[in-house]
Write a protein that binds this ligand. Structure first.
Ligand code: NAP
Length: 318
């Protein structure tokens, strides 16, 4: 059987696979396989190992003659057409859990970096603009004891709430369902979406990208936030209306934003959001810790092999 891997994986992960399967893999690290090559190689593939950089749509499924399983090295699967997979009886696997803590770490790091203007500080030094100590030089927002509002209190949301608890923050959250664990263990308070926006000093978005969450943060939502509030998005780009976010930041309707994800990735270096000083931007590195990425890759391989061998996937997307 043939496995198509659209990114470059380390040899140590591939060796057991090579004994049993024919492997076709991207040659370059940090560069996805071209769409053209993906569409050509998928024709004879039995298994596909993919990630957030690929769009696995109807066109891909139509080309595939033998495909049995798609395994993504990610928890989010908004880049995969699940209906098209289901219609063809193709299983889809993903990697929840193993990236929760690393992504919660990054989310909290981004919150701190944005609130306290860390990257601006680095720029000031690099540009030789550090002239003296000033009473209000590069002053940011306090973090300790402030109110955090988490939209999407799932695995990663809960991880962020635990970190916020360590900073004595009041924790508000909004979900479609109640998360008892967060309420009992952390004293998190469930509030309606609007109340969260109005009260939080830090609004952190961690809901998945779905039809329902598309542009869930738009002009009306930014309008409800405090002028001193910081917005953090480590979920998915389409959840945010970037034009509305730009307007809110430029007009100082909100104070700053920390973004790890964007509508189009990679974001164009000339994108208007990147012209703003009050934006801290990262290149979708939420789960990018070495151990985490190894664990994600192992889990994605297990999903793939299980699917190819006719066994249940460790984590199948329902
Ligand atoms: P999860 O455990 O499924 O949590 C998602 C939460 O969002 C759930 O609690 C869900 O609760 C809530 N939710 C769903 N729809 C909602 C809506 N319309 N309004 C409000 N809340 C809603 O997933 P996770 O493992 O925490 O991951 C969350 C997301 O983070 C992933 O889907 C992915 O897009 C993103 N992510 C990004 C990175 C990165 O590198 N930046 C890394 C990992 C994950 P209810 O069902 O009760 O609403």
């Amino acid at each position: 059987m043939k496995i198509l891997i659209t990114c470059k994986l380390p040899d140590q992960l591939l060796l057991p696979l090579k004994e049993k399967y024919e492997i076709v893999m991207a040659e370059t690290e940090n560069e996805p396989m071209s769409r053209k090559r993906l569409l050509s190689e998928i024709e004879e593939a039995d298994g596909l190992f993919t990630n957030v950089a690929d769009t696995i749509d109807e066109e891909v499924f139509d080309r595939a003659k033998h495909l049995k399983v798609v395994s993504t090295m990610a928890v989010g699967y908004d880049n995969i057409d699940l209906e098209a997979a289901k219609e063809r009886g193709i299983l889809v696997g993903h990697t929840p859990g193993v990236l929760t803590e690393a992504t919660a770490d990054l989310t909290f790091a981004l919150l701190m970096a944005t609130g306290r203007r860390l990257l601006e500080g680095m720029d000031v030094i690099r540009e030789d603009q550090w002239k003296s100590w000033g009473p209000f030089f590069l002053t940011g927002q306090e973090i300790y004891g402030k109110t955090i509002g988490i939209i999407g209190m799932g695995r990663i949301g809960l991880g962020v709430a635990k970190r916020a608890k360590g900073f004595s923050m009041d924790i508000l959250y909004h979900n479609r369902s109640r998360k008892e664990e967060a309420e009992v263990e952390l004293g998190a308070r469930y509030v309606e979406f609007d109340e969260l926006l109005e009260q939080a000093d830090y609004v952190v978005l961690l809901a998945p990208s779905t039809k329902e969450t598309y542009h869930m943060m738009g002009a009306a939502q930014f309008n409800k936030m405090k002028e001193s509030a910081v917005f953090i998005n480590t979920s998915r780009g389409p959840n945010v209306d970037e034009d509305a976010l730009y307007e809110a930041l430029q007009s100082n309707q909100i104070w700053a934003a920390g973004l790890d994800v964007f509508q189009t990735e990679p974001i164009d270096a000339k994108h208007k959001l990147l012209t703003l000083k009050n934006v801290t931007a990262l290149p979708h590195i939420g789960s990018a810790a070495i151990e985490t990425r190894m664990n994600m890759a192992r889990l994605a391989i297990n999903n793939l092999v299980n699917g190819l061998e006719g066994n249940a996937l460790v984590h199948q997307v329902k």
